[in-house]
Design a protein around this ligand. Sequence first.
Ligand SMILES: *[C@@H]1O[C@H](CO)[C@@H](O)[C@H](O)[C@H]1NC(C)=O
Length: 221
Amino acid sequence: MLALLFSVVLLGAAANATRLLDNNLAYRSPFKNDATLAHDTSAIQARSLVRRQVEDATKFDDQHYPTFYGADFGNSPFIWSGGLNFTHSVASGDPFDTSVLLWTRAVPISPSGSSQLPDQSVPVCVFWKITASPELKGSAVSSGQAFTSYDVDFTVKVEATHLKPDSLYYFQFGDCSNPDTVSPIGKTRTLPHPDTAADQVNNGNPLTFAVFSCSQYQAGK
Ligand SMILES: *[C@@H]1O[C@H](CO)[C@@H](O)[C@H](O)[C@H]1NC(C)=O
């Protein structure tokens, strides 16, 4: 009984340890029936931990990492804190009536004036939020945090949920460790509820669709 309880607790801890990696849908296989294209987030998490353990901890104030799974990563050696560049702005797609996928790319940058490559062995953490206000004013309708890494070319793909059907939304990503560093604001919209009469969609105004696709099956993209 105790052993069972222990393994349940361990499983719980293990699931939690990859939560921020798993929040990034870019690690998942794009095909439900082909798991081989998914990234092993447990292995990526373990890689970061190994890296942490060989670091000299004395130079960090925060010896016990209480904030690692919290909201404040400012002092965490587990994540990249040397600056990010949202090199490819933002994108969104695959809308449903109450959700939409949000995308960006958050690349670690070298210290200014340095030709040194940034340390890529720790994950990059981004936060995101989506609101109905073009200036992102007021509280977010949906928000979260996710990790990315070189495994997925520093791309981030998250699902914003709890949205209203047939509605416009605005979203933005930012750097967890330097919250002043933010991406451009993206504009997106949800689909109408499936029962909406065709002449009621988009308040009866015309609606234009653009379809874009880019895939490389063997690379899982
Ligand atoms: C950020 O990325 C853009 C696009 O690749 C590039 O032009 C710019 O120089 C980069 N900025 C920094 C600070 O690395």
